[in-house]
Design a protein around this ligand. Structure first.
Ligand SMILES: [Zn+2]
Ligand SMILES: [Zn+2]
Length: 730
């Protein structure tokens, strides 16, 4: 054992030495990169100092870009035909090796049935993998922090797990190891008392056709609903409150709901959109009061004011009989914040007086080196620079709708230049309303205008703040590009600012929107591309960077550590940071998945002990639930299409009385496929060349037709669409 400890200590010392050697270089490179973002060129003495005031110079620069961007590129429209002809040529092979015969009807196919079955099996595997990536039975987790010494936990181990009576159980219901950031929800349980923290949504990727977002689903929670004593919210981002309208109504007016004024305002707004608004028990918390809120017989909570990219943001301390659990929520450090500075002192005070038995720390930006080099104020100043630099046209700023503090800065900069501001996008208008009501922002007089009024002003007076910075297809910005927005159509004198970074996965969409804007001749200024425009930074991430995490975890001195709020690689990197840099022993760090039960014991040790069932509910953009089978059908159809054959049989004779109707959707274009269709009609006629009388006969006939037609289609095209035989008797 001593040997092992020694080896561990050596390993860590080596890593720390490597880090100490490299850190100055990493920091230097990072800072240099950021300096470029700091408009050195615009500063007094900089080479572009004059550009800020000389608008003519700015104008020529703009026109140059316009010319470059306006090169048209219209092509497309031969590929579809091509694929059809190739499918048909395959049909002409028609070798007559009739290996598969049923009722003596020749299918005239050259492929073996086994090939078709193989294709179907592969397809169904692909469809299942795509549609069920979120379903977690026992997730693969052989991380060194997996709670089982790097060994994969087995079903038998999970079944054997017996709950310790005195353990505080921490159960992530969503948000850990997801495919994306979202669906955050954590349960803390002690002797039959449950406290829930956050109820978020996760936006579905294109892998889920027709699905807009997902909501945490837990049978365990359904079974234990009566034990829930309180529901707490860290802040009002959708990945923390998005599922409220689906989950909160189940708990009814007896369960108290706690959050800051802005967070509760946003939840109420969301609930007010339900057709049947439930009666809920809301409590607004004022974190700076340091109130210890009693939640149940054994559990209490204190909200701590922290900083993020939204007002009313908090961390939460849950006081339990086995020690304090600190849930970081989402956070960032800020030297010179717009908001009240974070109540870091209170966190340290609790550390000193009570200590933290467990820290759950978010993992979003663990892969970003260094620390935040600038403040939200710099972002605001740069918005002002954009307005100076492009003073003759409209300035359209797109950012996350929850960035209300940044919106406050835009208003200030616009007001200082005699510009007016209008908001576009449902969520944008909503959030500004809630922020005003919760007194989270201050607004200069006579600056905000309605969209229908602002468009009557000259362009140089117009500033628009809108959604769509992630390239969302139906958001305002894209509608302005396509000309389908009611008031604004992009023109060459417009300047569009992307005051955000693309969320991983959204890059292609953002690129599409930027391309569309450039085609209209507009000037586009994106955060992170300062070298193109000399203006930036235009965004400040809401999440701590690597060095911030090092400082935070070092300062909090938690006995045990559990990364949360992240994809699996983020959780793992966060855990590695805690072990290798901060020095928390490996056996006090847990990398868990949704559904894992983590137990904090009276002696303040920590371990995993079993699992609960967790999953997902899928919703479309009309807030209607989508069944997983429907998603699978959609994926199947999108890949292979649908093929319907309609047979009309005589009630008397049971024989075909008219030519079978054939409908093909998302598969082959019928007009180009006469030969194949002729072959299928021929087959159908031969197949119904005998009397079908009983229902049993009809059912059997349908099955055979389904199988045979699939085979003929596969033989001709290499695809197995969903074949639906319909038999009418008249
Ligand atoms: Zn957040
Ligand atoms: Zn979050």
């Amino acid at each position: 054992m001593n040997e092992k400890n020694k080896a561990e200590a050596e390993r860590r010392a080596k890593l720390l030495k490597m880090r100490a050697e490299r850190l100055p270089d990493i920091k230097k490179a990072f800072e240099e990169n950021q300096k470029r973002n700091f408009n050195a060129n615009f500063a007094p003495g900089g080479k572009d100092e004059k550009l800020v005031r000389h608008k003519t110079a700015a104008k020529t620069a703009a026109t140059k870009t316009v010319k470059k961007a306006a090169t048209p590129a219209s092509k497309k429209a031969t590929t579809a035909k091509k694929s059809n002809t190739s499918r048909n040529s395959k049909a002409t092979k028609q070798a007559a090796s009739n290996t598969d015969k049923k009722r003596d009807v020749s299918l005239l196919v050259s492929t073996r049935k086994g090939e078709m079955v193989h294709h179907q099996r592969m397809l169904s595997q692909d469809v299942n993998a795509q549609a069920t990536q979120h379903i977690i039975g026992i997730p693969v987790n052989k991380s060194r922090y997996n709670g089982y010494n790097g060994q994969q936990v087995t079903m038998a181990q999970i079944k054997q797990a017996r709950q310790h009576r005195d353990a505080v159980r921490i159960i992530p219901i969503g948000g850990l190891g997801e495919f994306g950031i979202g669906k955050n929800m954590t349960a803390i349980e002690y002797q039959g008392e449950i406290v829930l923290i956050d109820m978020g949504t996760l936006f579905a990727s294109e892998d889920y056709p027709g699905v807009n977002y997902m909501v945490p689903d837990s049978k365990w929670l359904d079974d234990n609903r009566d034990k829930v004593k309180a529901i707490l919210f860290t802040h009002a981002h959708l990945d923390h409150i998005g599922a409220c309208r689906h989950l909160l109504p189940y708990f009814g007016p007896l369960v108290p709901i706690y959050g800051t004024a802005f967070t509760i305002g946003m939840i109420k707004k969301q609930m007010s959109e339900l057709s049947d608004i439930p009666d809920m028990n809301y409590h607004e918390v004022e974190p700076l009061k340091h109130e210890n809120i009693k939640l149940s017989e054994h559990l209490s909570a204190e909200f701590i004011h922290t900083l993020h990219s939204i007002p009313g943001n908090t961390s939460i301390v849950i006081r339990t009989p086995n020690g304090n659990i600190l849930l970081s929520g989402d956070w960032r450090f800020e030297n010179n914040p717009m908001d009240t500075p974070a109540d870091y002192d209170r966190m340290l005070e609790i550390r000193d007086k009570e200590g933290y038995a467990l820290l759950l720390n978010e993992s979003t930006n663990i892969d970003s080196p260094g620390t935040h080099p600038h403040s939200e104020w710099d972002v605001g100043e740069n918005m002002g620079r954009v307005m100076d630099h492009y003073a003759n046209g409209r300035v359209i700023i797109s950012c996350f709708s929850s960035q209300v503090k940044r919106i406050e800065l835009v208003l200030k900069e616009a007001a200082a230049r005699g510009r007016k501001v209008a908001f576009a996008g449902y969520s944008m208008i909503n959030n500004v309303e809630v922020a005003l009501r919760a007194r989270s922002i201050k607004v200069p007089k006579d600056t905000i205008m309605k969209m229908e009024d602002i468009i009557k002003l000259p362009d140089e007076k117009v500033t628009i703040v809108c959604t769509g910075s992630q390239g969302e297809m139906n958001a305002v910005l894209n509608r302005m590009v396509s000309g389908s927005h009611r008031y604004i159509k992009i023109k060459a004198t417009d300047t569009i600012v992307f005051s955000s970074n693309p969320i991983p996965g959204n890059e292609p969409k953002v690129v599409g929107t930027v391309g569309g804007l450039l085609r209209e001749g507009a000037q586009v200024i994106q955060n992170g591309k300062t070298h193109l425009t000399n203006i930036g930074p235009l965004h400040l991430s809401g999440h701590a960077y690597f060095e911030d995490h090092v400082k935070f975890v070092t300062d909090m001195q938690p006995k045990n550590y559990m990364p949360y709020h992240g994809e699996f690689y983020m959780l793992q990197h966060n855990a590695e940071m805690a072990e290798n840099v901060v020095g928390i022993p490996k056996d006090r760090i847990i990398v868990a998945d949704d559904g894992d039960i983590v137990e904090l014991m009276p002696d303040q040790t920590i371990h995993k002990n079993g699992r609960i069932h967790v999953g997902n509910k899928l919703y479309d953009d009309a807030d209607q639930q989508v069944n997983e089978a429907v998603v699978k059908d959609r994926i199947h159809i999108s890949r292979e299409g649908i093929f319907v054959v309609i047979l009309t049989l005589s009630k008397k004779t049971g024989r075909l009385i008219k030519t079978p109707d054939i409908v093909s959707r998302a598969f082959i274009y019928l007009d180009n496929s006469e030969e194949l269709i002729g072959k299928i009609r021929h087959y159908l006629r031969a197949k119904t060349d005998h009397t079908v009388s009983t229902d049993e006969d009809v059912r059997a006939l349908k099955e055979e037709i389904k199988e045979d037609v699939t085979h003929i289609l596969f033989d001709a095209t290499g695809h197995t669409p969903i074949v639906i035989p319909v038999i009418n008797k008249v």
